[in-house]
Ligand binder design. Structure first.
Ligand SMILES: [Zn+2]
Length: 410
């Protein structure tokens, strides 16, 4: 589509993404754990680009990069993250950062556009050290004690050591300035196949699902695997396995249209070939954007556990270990993205919840927030083969920049 309003430079967007892909390359993806050398070089890369967008660059004391503007008028915050999961894809994170940079480059120097786009790259969205530490620090949700306690989940290196190693120790952490921004906009690859399978170009995110996590413990009786007759066993492992299957049989009658649930880890105790497990534990997760649905499923889980306990062989305890309220995306942001999709993506958009967590859910706790998705080939993400068609990347950039303009115009 010919475009005389967006002025997005598609070749520049692709070149930037390839420049970031060239730092910490792994196969066709990247390996950039938080505070690794390639991650830090990526942050520096961004800091060097920001002046092209009339933004002053700063890296704060938790590794967040900010580009701030002195232009008058409303300011929109936009961004994503630059670290990756281990041995993962090239677009998860950088896409949203480069779109934000492009929006700032196009909009900020334009005297006909009121206001400015400010850029953020949030540190550790991928959770090497914790959960959304960078964006949570910005909204005031991370204490010094939290940082003292944070450790790299792979290497065990403390966050304090990591900050010292990369030269960020002692720097102040930037905090959100009340009223500075009209809101936060983030673009991301979909990481699923809704867009691709529907022939669509843009996902207009309605909400980011909440994640509820449970530890479910089965207690039976540990005994000898050779001498204990089948009829008298209290096998906690078998009870757990049956329970897993029961969940899959019974949840569909009570869940919502997009609820997902996962048993991510099972441990048998003591976990030896000749011992009947005396206890067993599963980590179980439910995701949905409707707290009522979660509440219903949790009730069901507890009543199923009570039924198993009542049968007398094994007792089952359900412990909720994590709750996350869903984050609703702002209606005006959804409308702006949809209107931009009509202008630059032939209206091929769909409103959809995000099943994955993103920094936008943290920003949404203090300001209006919105997200847009571009298609992921084959729905693949968190893997080095993750990819998006070049044309879809450029279309996404045009929609993103146009949405920024619409939001700044109010
Ligand atoms: Zn991401």
């Amino acid at each position: 589509m010919s475009d005389n309003r967006s002025h997005v430079d598609g070749a520049r967007v692709l070149a930037d993404l390839h420049a970031l892909r060239g730092i910490g390359t792994y196969k066709t993806g990247v390996h950039k754990p938080t505070f690794s050398e390639p991650h830090m070089r990526s942050l520096e890369w961004l800091a060097q680009r920001l002046p092209e967008a009339a933004l002053a660059a700063d890296i704060d004391g938790i590794g967040n990069v900010f580009g701030t503007s002195t232009k008058s008028g409303p300011k929109l915050l936009a961004g994503s993250h630059l670290e990756s999961q281990n041995f993962a894809g090239w677009l998860d994170g950088p896409l949203g950062v480069v779109y934000a940079l492009e929006a700032a480059r196009v909009i900020n120097p334009d005297p006909n556009t009121n206001g400015a786009v400010e850029v953020a790259a949030w540190c550790d969205e991928e959770g090497h050290f914790g959960s959304f530490l960078g964006s949570r620090s910005y909204v005031g949700g991370v204490t010094e004690a939290d940082i003292d306690a944070a450790r790299d989940r792979n290497s065990g290196r403390t966050m304090r050591e990591a900050l010292r190693d990369v030269g960020l120790a002692g720097r102040a952490r930037a905090k959100a300035e009340r009223g500075r921004h009209i809101g936060y906009l983030e673009a991301h690859i979909e990481q699923g196949e809704t867009l691709e399978s529907g022939g669509l170009k843009i996902g207009v995110v309605t909400s980011i699902v909440g994640i509820w996590q449970y530890r479910i413990t089965f207690t039976g009786e540990q005994n000898h695997a050779g001498t204990t007759r089948m009829g008298v066993r209290k096998d906690a492992g078998v009870a757990l396995a049956r329970f897993c299957v029961d969940i899959d049989d019974r949840f569909p009658a009570s869940c919502g249209p997009r609820t997902v649930w996962t048993t991510g880890r099972i441990t048998l105790d003591p976990g030896a070939p000749s011992i009947i497990p005396g206890s067993a534990e599963m980590l179980f997760q439910i995701r949905d954007d409707d707290p009522d649905v979660i509440g219903r499923l949790e009730d069901l889980l507890r009543s199923m556990a009570a039924d198993v306990s009542a049968q007398g062989r094994c007792s089952v305890a359900v412990e909720r270990i994590r709750t996350g309220a869903p984050a609703m995306m702002d209606t005006a942001f959804q409308q702006a993205i949809e209107a931009a999709s009509v202008a630059f993506a032939g209206g091929k958009s769909i409103r959809m919840p995000s099943g994955a967590g993103h920094d936008a859910q943290i920003l949404a706790t203090i300001m209006p927030a919105g997200m847009l998705f571009v298609p992921s080939m084959g729905g693949i993400s968190h893997h080095w083969s993750e990819n998006t068609d070049d044309a879809d990347i450029v279309t996404g950039a045009q929609v993103f920049v146009d949405a920024c303009r619409r939001l700044l115009a109010g």
